[in-house]
Design a protein around this ligand. Sequence first.
Ligand code: PEP
Length: 251
Amino acid sequence: MTVRPLIAGNWKMNGLATESSAELKALIAKLQAADTGACDVLICPPATLVFQMAELAKGSNLNIGGQDCHAAEKGAHTGDTSAAMLKDAGATYAIVGHSERRTDHAETNEIVKAKAEAAIAAGLIAIVCVGETLEQRESGETLSVITDQVKNSLPAGATAQNTVIAYEPVWAIGTGKTPTPADVAEVHAHMRGDLNGLMQDADGVRLLYGGSVKGSNAAELMALDNVDGALVGGASLKAEDFWPIVETGLA
Ligand code: PEP
């Protein structure tokens, strides 16, 4: 890895207060017992738990983030959460453009870009997700799809400090399938090249891999060039499953 890694957990729509607090406390205890100076660790709980988890994480090395934010600062958007609200609740990051949002909520690159810009304007670090479908991979379109998404979802004013890119092949999310290490390395090198044409400090931007990362495959994936961390869904829900993945960032 060339830059400070980020190991991020996305709890998606999972977790009620009691069980989630117990898992978060278990993770914080592990972080406190380890030397985590070399790695950033993040949990993105559902919006209902951001405040509570951020309170629990206060004083530890664990960061808390949102899973999405609205592009507007405030207003008539029933059911949505603004980036400023996430920040106010204690978040320091926001995921935007996760494929489940792109699919379930018809989020386009333009919407994702606006959300990332809102996150940055509120003082959050935006984690912008990109990734091809199985159909696109099988028809040889992966790299062009990734270029399109990176180019058009990248927030204006993106820097290595305020933006992270997560490559998450749609077909690898929650399926137990992962691309080969060579395929991951190819896409990550390609994304680095794209970013180099779009911003000044592209070499410092953290490029995460996401899609069925678990303790058993994390080390191999994290060792690849241009892979600077992981975005983890299912295996982030339990501290004991997430911890071996975090350890690959500490190594
Ligand atoms: C995700 O939700 O971003 C994800 C990668 O999920 P999973 O690890 O469960 O595939």
